[in-house]
Write a protein that binds this ligand. Structure first.
Ligand SMILES: [Zn+2]
Length: 302
């Protein structure tokens, strides 16, 4: 039992051993693994009862989050939107990237994981996004940590879906959803998760000013996206090893996530598009983008 110095008027003891010496106070609180208890030493009894309210001497406290994340450079977010846009044009599917912080170099990087996007195809051949699943990259360089992720909701609003909530609440970090991808600018919705609590962030807290998507999308990024089609013409499965589901997946070591589109009007609007090799050929194929996207965030932040 530890009695805090300068405690409130009513003593609050911490029960940190299975057995505690019973205090002499006539009225006191005990903080335990089972919650806060209110305890009494009465002339005719000794009691310990779960407290129905916190001690009135305590001051109020609001939940808050103040962030100092490195800001995504403008070129980085514009290229990511360009990537999502190209995937939407090619497959009408979602796509996602991870944001990695390179601690030794103090730089932010885009990591595009192998991913399986699921789509449904109706009788008319219209394709609608269903969900997205990707594996956590196992081969990140030393000193890189994943700060967050960005994924597309294609034509839907970027509000996190039920599946997003399930996935993200257990993943600390920043989660950016890009919706209305065919508008310029698209819609961004950004949340950060800390200790299971979600906080909505403003774009300027996490990225530089977005102006216009970049059309040059690395072929290597596009090649990471495999498509699994449900509905008619199921023969377009990409043959990826992973099975996409519409439910959160804790595959293997809990590093596998599925993300579902936030839309409820799937099958409504006619925004389907056919997979086309012509469109693919029109997308240039730059080499690598590792460091051109990076940012010396620390230098700027200080
Ligand atoms: Zn989502």
């Amino acid at each position: 039992m530890t009695r805090p110095e300068n405690g409130p008027i009513t003593p609050i003891y911490l029960k940190i051993q299975p057995q505690m010496a019973w205090p002499d106070d006539t009225f006191f609180y005990v903080m335990t693994a089972d919650g806060l208890f209110v305890c009494r030493n009465h002339k005719f009894f000794r009691s310990c009862v779960p407290a129905r309210r916190w001690p009135s001497e305590l001051a109020r406290q609001d939940t808050f989050l103040k962030v100092a994340y490195p800001k995504m450079p403008r070129a980085m977010i514009e290229r990511i939107v360009g990537f999502f846009s190209a995937v939407a044009d090619l497959h009408n599917s979602e796509a996602g990237v991870l944001l990695a912080w390179d601690e030794p170099a103090a730089k932010l990087h885009v990591v595009v994981p192998d991913q399986v996007a699921t789509v449904s195809r109706n009788w008319h051949g219209d394709v609608f996004p269903i969900g997205l699943k990707y594996e956590w990259p196992a081969d990140l360089p030393d000193g890189w940590v994943i700060l967050g992720d960005v994924h597309s909701h294609v034509d839907h609003w970027p509000n996190p879906s039920y599946i997003d909530d399930l996935d993200e609440t257990h993943r600390a970090g920043v989660h950016i959803v890009v919706g209305r991808i065919r508008s310029e600018p698209p819609e961004f919705h950004i949340e950060a998760v800390v200790d299971g609590q979600r906080f909505v962030l403003r774009p300027e807290q996490i990225m530089e000013d977005y102006r216009c998507r970049r059309d040059e999308v690395p072929r290597a990024w596009l090649d990471k996206v495999k498509i699994k089609t449900y509905g008619y013409y199921q023969d377009e499965d990409s043959g990826a090893a992973t099975t996409a589901t519409a439910h959160p997946s804790q595959g293997g070591n809990g590093k596998s996530f599925s993300i579902e589109s936030g839309g409820e009007d799937q099958g409504g609007e006619d925004h389907g598009s056919e997979v086309s090799d012509v469109q693919l050929a029109n997308i240039p194929e730059p080499d690598q983008y590792p460091d051109s996207d990076a940012q010396d965030a620390r230098g700027k932040a200080r």
